[in-house]
Structure formats: structure tokens, C-alpha cells
Design a protein around this ligand. Sequence first.
Ligand code: SF4
Ligand code: SF4
Length: 434
Amino acid sequence: MNYLPNIIFAIALLLGLGYFAKNVKKLVRNIKLGQDVDVSDNTSQRWKNMINIALGQSKLVKRPVSGFLHVVVYVGFIIINIEVLEIIIDGLFGTHRIFSSVLPTSVYGFLIGTFEVLAFLVLVAVTVFWVRRNLIKLARFWKDEMKGWPKNDGNFILYFEMVLMTLFLVMNATDGTFQEMQSGNIISQYLAPLFSDSIAPVIERVAWWLHIVGILIFLNYLYFSKHLHILLAFPNVYYGRVNNKGQLNNLASVTAEVKMMMDPNADPFAAAPEGAEDEVPAKFGASDVQDLSWVQLLNAYTCTECGRCTSECPANLTGKKLSPRKIMMDTRDRLEEVGKNIDANNGEFKDDGKQLLGDYITNEEIWACTSCNACVEACPVSIDPLSIIIEMRRYLVMEQSAAPSELNNMMTNIENNGAPWPYNQQDRLNWKNE
Ligand code: SF4
Ligand code: SF4
């Protein structure tokens, strides 16, 4: 018996899975560069969110057309990959359609028939996606941050899916044994006549190999692509924010100080409230990725670059420079840069004179935000671009005293007068006497 194909298959499988595992390790290391944050609260709500939002895609279907098509691709792609299990067993042990010999023909036919219908639907859906992106040119896919790699990445994913689904159908259509079963060849029976008996066995082998090698390549492509969200959407939604939108993570120490300032009867010598002193951080806010929390870094790797956030952002819609999608893309790019720096310097980060704020995200962008939360509400995978913007503003205000002059005036007034206006507290009621 010729074991060469099995050996080649085992090597390909090991290489594919090994490289993927290596990148997963790097991914986890990079996410852990973020600050620790306690996300052990509201466990039941978190599970509910994961089931509704990540698994049930409840936020995606708010835009019915793209939502429905995405559900088709998602369900189809996941279910069809059950077929990969059979391919792996066949590849390793030299069997052919092993499940057809252990399952009744009708059950096997039902399974493969379902996969074929799903493969066809996925093909239709990704074709529509491609048309929306490239021919109809939906505005959110043509913003400035989507030029170059992000645009190509979006298309490569669609091409990958088209090719994999086509190979699956061709593999079935050219498999004489499967076609003779007359069960499950719902779509492939129409393709079968395209291949003559003499060429079909060769095409079947070629499609079979390309299909599994293509899946391994696609698996490894994930790390470099926005498509990583198919894996990270689940943990990201679970660890996403569960408190009320609009609630900022104020520092207890700062809140205590402000309250004391606003209260004319406050005792300036009173002890700080419990926890307030412990909470004073080494650095206020964030200027680089290591200052953000690991959940914010997980957010960055999970972003699908769908642009729903940007398409609802009032700052972006009114022509400001801000795009919440770009905030997430920049955070990921900088995190990748920091990760590569660590890899190149034996596990230590060597100062490269760059940081997220300034080199990737400008002050103009972050001050354009109205903190309305529309981006958070729109995101289908519970990403919170606003939290990153707030952290960078906090850094500028509290570490750099570099707020825009309008804000500085207002803050000085609050500090001096207890109100945003430039009037002494004693003059507040002067209007009454005029
Ligand atoms: S919170 Fe800021 S970034 Fe998000 S939608 Fe509103 S203005 Fe845009
Ligand atoms: S942050 Fe969310 S809504 Fe915005 S592009 Fe990324 S995935 Fe889409």
C-alpha cells in the first residue's frame, strides 16, 4: 500500500495547525500586554450576551439584508466544516468517505446534502457581499481607513470562501462513488455532467487536496486578517461592557476631589473615601497600547472593520476626522508593531519612540468625539471605541495638560467658580437684580 499521500497529509496538517498555534500564542501574549481589569462580575448577563449577540447575531440582523446574508455565511461555513472531520480521517488513514461506511446512506446523504445546500447559499451570499463592496461601493467600505490592505483583506476573505465552497461542490460532483449513492448530491448532481468519466477522478483528487490545503491556509490567514473575529467575537462579547452605556469609569480619587470642590461644606482635611487613595494610578489615561486594558486590546483584534460604528458616528457624518473604526484599526496596528518589537528584542519591549497617541491617532480625532455612544450601540460584536478615546483624552488632560483651549477655560472656571462660566459664585444671582 502506498502511504505517501497519508504522510504528506499528516505533515501538511501538522504544519498548518502548528503555525496556527504559534500565532494564537502570540495573539494571547499581545492581548496580555494590556492592563488588568476585573471582568468577573455579571456572569449570567455575560453568558446571555454571548449567546444572543455572538452566537445569535442579534445586533447584526438590525440591518436585515447584510445581517441575513452574514447569518447564512456564518452558519453555512461553520456547519460545512464538519465535513473537514471526514476529510482529516480519510487523509490520515487512507479511507474514502469514511462516514458513508459507518452511517446509513440516507443519514450520510442528508448530511452531505445539507452541506451542499449551505455551500451554494454561502456562494450566493459572498457574491452579494462582493457586489456591495466593489460594484455598489457602499460608503462605509470606501472611507479613508479602508484603502490598501483593509480593502484587499475584505475581498480576499470573500475569494477564499468562494473558492472553498466551489472546491467542495466540485469534489462531490467528480466523486463517482458518491454520485452513485444518489443521496445527498442535491447541488453536485448538476455539476457532475460537466466532467467526463476519464477526467473526473483526477479532478476529484485535486479538488479534495486543494479543499483541505485551502482550509489550512485560511485558518492561518485569520491572524493577519479582520476575519479573526470568527474566533474572537465570542470572548469579546463575553468580556464586553455590561454596565450602562454612557457610564464612564471615573477614578474614585478624582471623583472624591471633584465632589469636595463642588461642596462648599466639605472638610478638606477629611480622610479620602475608601479605595480612593489606592486607586491613584501610576499614569492617568492611555498614550500607548500597554496603557489600555486587555479587554480594549481584545476589542482591537476582534474588530471586523464593518464600519457600522463609523456610519453612525455623528462626528464622522458631519465631516470631522474621527472614525471609531479607525481607532480600533490603529490600536490593532500599533499592538502588532509592539508585539513585533518584543519578538525582535528577546521578549523585551525596546522603546521605539512611537506611541498610539500621536503616531497613529491624532488629538484632532479624539477631541472630535461627542461621547454619544452611537458607535458602541452599533457594533455587532460589543466593541467599545469610546472607552479608548476617553482614556487618551484622560492622558492628554491629566498627564499633559493638553486639552483644547475651550476645555481648559471651562475646567479652570469649574475649579475657580464651581461652574463652567467665568463668573464668581457670588455674582451668580446678579441677573435677578437687573
Ligand atoms: S462616541 Fe464618539 S466615536 Fe463613538 S459614535 Fe459618538 S462621536 Fe463617534
Ligand atoms: S468597532 Fe465594531 S462596528 Fe466598528 S468596525 Fe469594528 S466591528 Fe464594526
